[in-house]
Design a protein around this ligand. Structure first.
Ligand SMILES: Nc1nc2c(ncn2[C@@H]2O[C@H](COP(=O)(O)OP(=O)(O)OP(=O)(O)O)[C@@H](O)[C@H]2O)c(=O)[nH]1
Ligand SMILES: [Mg+2]
Length: 426
């Protein structure tokens, strides 16, 4: 593929009874991802199945239909809506004989192009290598087809190349893991520093393109922080691929505002695993501002996607508020999210900006968590933190340790949570 070439794509998805999102939403999301990489989506095919076919993802008959469509519509690439197993990718590629990719590969490619910080680059490379390693044969076949097909004479050389590539990727994976481990230590030191200074962390989290970075910039501007501290914001998927921290002072209250990576549904698991690191700040946040795009007809699905990712990051217990962003262009003036603090907000008109800042100050001021924990006698450091900083409701000396019922500032709760103790939040 040459840079700037538009490739004609066909999307393929299945619906099963286990689906969390309707297929229309899911394929629309896939189309947006494909457009980001300069694919033009010509058509799509769906099939209802009990579960994906182990060999070919969709049924064999459907695959034959797709082969005819590929020919009739002059399709360059077929994009599948879920991650294909190495066997599925191989079988489908052999049948269709054109470029076949899946949702994970598409997302990995976008991340790869967008990554600018060193740590994001390392993490994306690792996720991509882990994805490619078991699929290397299919990608070689793809390449040789695009290049006119491997002749019998060059096939032997291709095998050697494949083996070399495999070894190269394996070596790179080991190297990347080491580098990421080093970066992780640095990051943990940085977080420990905020915690020592007890600066509350407020994280902007949300679906990609919801307006997190623009909100960060609006707040920076409002509190008079210079333009050089502004973050990159643009109308595109995954504009932000690292976390950015900015110290804010508002009404004599200091907090660390954190801009983060946007989410989509079905993020490749290798990517989520490697981004756990980048998302450490979210795990350590005192308050999460869930930024949602009120101008999107898919806002309901997008809220669910983000809630699920937060759950998988174990961030669902952190106090959070909803920011209904782009209110200047909302699809409904009656929108609300029951049971949660919700602010109608716009970066364009600045509606809701004062409410947002006042709410942040209020929420971080009151953020305490009620926990019941059994602290082993060997964990003297944690006992000290609790005795000094927590409000102790009851303390029982048991055989295995001290059983506390406490109210603790959420900042410290995150510190002690890392010790894998028996903690209950109520
Ligand atoms: N109409 C309108 N557009 C907005 C508003 N806030 C942000 N946008 C636009 O939404 C687009 C995405 O904004 P970003 O701030 O980059 O979104 P993000 O959530 O950081 O996106 P990623 O980093 O890609 O996940 C940009 O074109 C913004 O100008 C708003 O309040 N109203
Ligand atoms: Mg952003």
């Amino acid at each position: 593929m040459k840079v700037g070439d538009i490739l004609k794509a066909l999307l393929v998805g299945i619906t099963t009874k286990y689906d969390r999102y309707d297929i229309e939403y899911s394929l629309n999301e896939l189309k947006n991802l494909a457009n980001t990489l300069d694919y033009e989506v010509i058509d799509y095919v769906t099939q209802s199945l009990d579960r994906p076919n182990a060999a070919t993802y969709i049924g064999k008959g459907k695959l034959a239909e797709i082969a005819i469509m590929v020919h009739a519509l002059d399709i360059d690439t077929v994009i599948f809506n879920d991650e294909l197993s190495p066997a599925q990718l191989r079988n489908i590629s052999n049948e269709l004989k054109i470029e076949v990719i899946d949702r994970s590969y598409l997302i990995l490619q976008i991340f790869d192009i967008r990554a600018s910080s060193k740590s994001a680059k390392l993490e994306i490379k690792l996720a991509r290598d882990l994805y490619l390693l078991p699929r290397i044969s299919s990608f070689h076949e793809n390449q040789s087809r695009i290049g006119g097909g491997a002749s019998t004479a060059t096939r032997g050389a291709g095998e050697t190349q494949k083996e070399l590539d495999r070894r190269h990727i394996m070596a790179e994976i080991n190297h990347l893991k080491e580098e990421i481990e080093k970066a992780k230590k640095q990051k943990l030191n940085q977080i420990a520093k905020y915690q020592k200074n007890e600066i509350p962390i407020v994280a902007l989290v949300g679906y990609t393109n919801a307006g997190k970075s623009t909100t960060m910039n609006t707040i920076l501007d409002y509190v008079g922080i210079g333009e050089d501290k502004q973050v990159f914001a643009k109308d595109q998927l995954f504009a932000t691929l690292s976390t950015y921290n900015r110290k804010i002072t508002y009404n004599k209250t200091e907090f660390m505002l954190v801009d983060t990576i946007g989410f989509v549904s079905k993020l490749p698991h290798n990517l989520v695993a490697s981004f756990y690191q980048t998302l450490q700040e979210v795990k350590n946040a005192d308050l999460i501002i869930h930024v949602a795009d009120s101008s999107s007809e898919y806002i309901g699905n997008q809220l669910n996607v983000v809630t699920e990712v937060l759950y998988s990051l174990e961030c669902d217990k952190i106090p959070s508020i909803y920011l209904l962003n782009k209110w200047d262009n909302t699809i409904s003036n009656n929108m609300d999210i029951p049971g949660k603090r919700t602010i109608r907000y716009s970066n364009k008109t600045k509606e809701g900006l004062n409410e947002l800042l006042n709410t942040i100050v209020e929420e971080i001021g009151k953020s305490t968590i009620h926990a019941k924990i059994l602290v082993p006698y060997s964990k003297g450091d944690i006992v000290n933190i609790i005795e000094e900083k927590a409000n102790i409701n009851t303390r029982e000396y048991q055989e295995k340790g001290i059983y506390y019922d406490i109210d603790i500032p959420s900042k410290l709760y995150h510190l002690i949570r890392d010790y894998d103790l028996d903690i209950m939040v109520s």
